[in-house]
Design a protein around this ligand. Structure first.
Ligand code: BG6
Length: 481
C-alpha cells in the first residue's frame, strides 16, 4: 500500500451520480477501512453555492437511510473528512481555490511530498475538456517522485468515432494514459470479474470454448423501467450508446478474448482490443431496434424522436475461434424484467440416440444480476422408472453458496482500483476507439433516420421482430430457468 495523504476530489459533488454512486462507494470503502481515515480528505466541487456543512448534511441525508446505529457513527466520522469548494467548471479562480484547499490539507498532514490526488469527474462529458484543462493548469500534484494525479471519467465518451477521438485527443494532450481511468462499471461487477478465472482456470471450458462446440452467444441486458427522469440525456444517446457499445461490448471482450500472457492490465487489454478489432461491420439486416410506447410522452424527449430504447444486434467475430458463431447483443428499457446475463449455447449432440433434441441444448449461463449465479443446463435421465430425459441444471447461486460474503458494489471496487493504480478494469483508449468503430455506421444510420425503431409495449419482452431475428441465427429457446 502506498503512503502519504490522499485527496479525493469529486467534481459534480451536488449531482446525481455523486449522490447515487460516488459518495456511497466512498463511504463503503471508508467504513471497511480502505481509506486510511487520518490521511484521506474528500473535496466536493460544484457550481452550487454550499458550505462544508451543507454538503455534509446532504450526504448524511442520503447515506443515513437504513443505516445501523454503528454505521451512523462511522458516517459522522466520514463526513468530517469532507470539504466543499464551489466554482465553475472553467473558472481559474475556482480551481485555484480548490488547489489551495487540497494543498493546505497536504501540508497539514505533513505529507506534501508524497501526496496523491484523485479527481473524479461526476460530470457531463461536455465539460471534461475544460475541467481537465483547469486541473492541469491549477491543481496538479507537485509531489515528486512518489505523488500522483489521476483522473476518473465516466461514459459517455463521445457519441461516435469522430467525437470520441476528439475527446481522447483533448484529454490525451493533458494527461498520459496511465493517469486516465475510464470507468465502465460493468467491469466492476463480481461475475464479470469472474470471467477470466472461469475461462482460463477451468479445464472444463478450455477445449469447448470455440466455434467447434458453441453455437451462439447472447449477452443480454433488460430493465423493467423506462428512461423516467433522464429522458433528456437518453434521447441524445439511445440504448446502443448507453448500454451496448460499452457495458455489453466489454463483457463480450472478456467472453471472447484469447488467454492473456499474464494478468498485467496491459496484457489483458491487449487481448480485449483484438476481439474488438475482429468484429465485422454490422449488417443492418441483423439489427432490430425498438422504442417503447409512451417514451415520447416524456417532455424532455423530442416528439419525433427516432431514438431506440431497445436493440438486438448480431455481431460476427472474424477470427479462428469464433467465425460463424452469432453473437447476439440485446438490451432494452421498460421490459418485463430486470436482468443481465451471458448465455452460451452449445451445439446439438451429434447422433442423438435419446431423441432429446427438442428439450434444448447445453447452455452455460452467467447471470450478472440480479441474484448472481452461474448454471449449466444439461440433459439428464428423468428420475424414475421411465427411460426418458429432462433438462436440468448444475447451479452455483452465489446467494446460497456464498451466503456470508457480501458482494461489493461495482463502484467501490473500481474506485479502490483507481487509488491502487490498477487499470485492468478500465477502458484503454484504443479499446474505446475500436468499440466506436463497430457501432458508428449503424448509429449514423439511426441518427439519419435510415434505421427506425419499431414500437413495443412497456412491460413486454420487446418487439417480436427481435425474437424472430434471434431464431434466425439458429438459437434454440429452451425452457426458462
Ligand atoms: C448506466 C446506464 O450506465 O447503466 C443506465 O446509463 C443503466 O441507463 C445503468 O440503467 C445500468 O446499470 P446496472 O448496474 O443497474 O445494471
Amino acid at each position: 500500500t502506498e503512503m502519504g495523504c490522499l485527496s479525493l476530489i469529486v467534481l459534480g459533488a451536488s449531482g446525481d451520480l455523486a449522490k447515487k454512486k460516488t459518495f456511497p462507494a466512498l463511504f463503503n470503502l471508508f467504513r471497511q477501512g480502505f481509506l486510511q481515515s487520518n490521511e484521506v480528505h474528500i473535496f466536493g466541487y460544484a457550481r452550487t453555492k454550499l458550505s462544508d456543512d451543507d454538503l455534509r448534511e446532504r450526504i448524511r441525508g442520503y447515506l443515513s437511510k437504513g443505516a445501523s446505529s454503528e454505521d451512523l457513527e462511522i458516517l459522522s466520522d466520514f463526513l468530517k473528512h469532507i470539504k466543499y469548494v464551489s466554482g465553475g467548471y472553467d473558472s481559474a479562480e475556482g480551481f485555484l481555490s480548490l488547489n489551495k484547499e487540497i494543498s493546505e490539507h497536504e501540508l497539514a498532514k505533513n505529507s506534501y511530498g508524497s501526496s496523491r490526488r484523485l479527481f473524479y469527474l461526476a460530470l457531463p462529458p461536455s465539460v471534461y475538456p475544460s475541467v481537465c484543462k483547469m486541473i492541469k493548469s491549477y491543481c496538479m500534484n507537485q509531489a515528486v517522485p512518489t505523488g500522483w494525479t489521476r483522473i476518473v471519467v465516466e461514459k459517455p465518451f463521445g457519441k461516435d468515432l469522430a467525437s470520441a477521438e476528439e475527446l481522447s485527443a483533448q484529454l490525451g494532450e493533458l494527461f498520459d494514459e496511465p493517469q486516465l481511468y475510464r470507468i465502465d462499471h460493468y467491469l466492476g461487477k463480481e461475475l464479470v470479474q469472474n470471467l477470466l478465472v472461469l475461462r482460463f482456470a477451468n479445464r472444463f471450458f478450455l477445449p469447448l470454448w470455440n466455434r467447434d462446440n458453441i453455437h451462439n452467444i447472447q449477452i443480454v441486458f433488460r430493465e423493467d423501467f423506462g428512461t423516467e427522469g433522464r429522458g433528456g440525456y437518453f434521447d441524445e444517446y439511445g440504448i446502443i450508446r448507453d448500454i451496448i457499445q460499452n457495458h455489453l461490448l466489454q463483457v463480450l471482450c472478456l467472453v471472447a478474448m484469447e488467454k492473456p500472457v499474464s494478468l498485467r492490465p496491459e496484457h489483458i487489454r491487449d487481448e480485449k482490443v483484438k476481439v474488438l478489432q475482429s468484429v465485422l461491420p454490422i449488417n443492418n439486416d441483423e439489427v432490430v431496434l425498438g422504442q417503447y410506447e409512451g417514451y415520447k410522452d416524456d417532455p424532455t424527449v423530442s416528439k419525433d424522436s427516432n431514438t431506440p430504447t431497445f436493440a438486438t444486434i448480431v455481431l460476427r467475430i472474424h477470427n479462428e475461434r469464433w467465425e460463424g458463431v452469432p453473437i447476439i447483443m440485446k438490451a432494452g428499457k421498460a421490459l418485463s424484467s430486470r436482468k443481465a446475463e451471458i448465455r452460451v449455447q452449445f451445439k446439438d449432440v451429434p447422433g442423438d440416440i435419446f431423441r432429446c433434441k427438442k428439450q434444448g441444448r447445453n447452455e452455460f449461463v452467467i447471470r450478472l444480476q440480479p441474484k448472481e449465479a452461474m448454471y449449466m443446463k444439461l440433459t439428464v435421465k428423468k428420475p424414475g422408472l421411465d427411460m426418458s430425459t429432462i433438462q436440468s441444471e448444475l447451479d452455483l447461486s452465489y446467494g446460497q453458496r456464498y451466503q456470508d460474503v457480501p458482494i461489493p458494489e461495482a463502484y467501490e471496487r473500481l474506485i479502490l482500483d483507481t487509488i491502487r493504480g490498477d487499470q485492468q478494469h478500465f477502458v484503454r483508449r484504443d479499446e474505446l476507439r475500436a468499440a466506436w468503430e463497430i457501432f458508428t455506421p449503424l448509429l449514423h444510420d439511426i441518427d439519419d433516420g435510415k434505421m427506425k425503431p419499431v414500437p413495443y409495449k412497456p412491460g413486454s419482452r420487446g418487439p417480436h421482430e427481435a425474437d424472430e431475428l434471434v431464431a434466425k441465427t439458429g438459437y434454440v429457446q429452451t425452457h426458462g430457468y
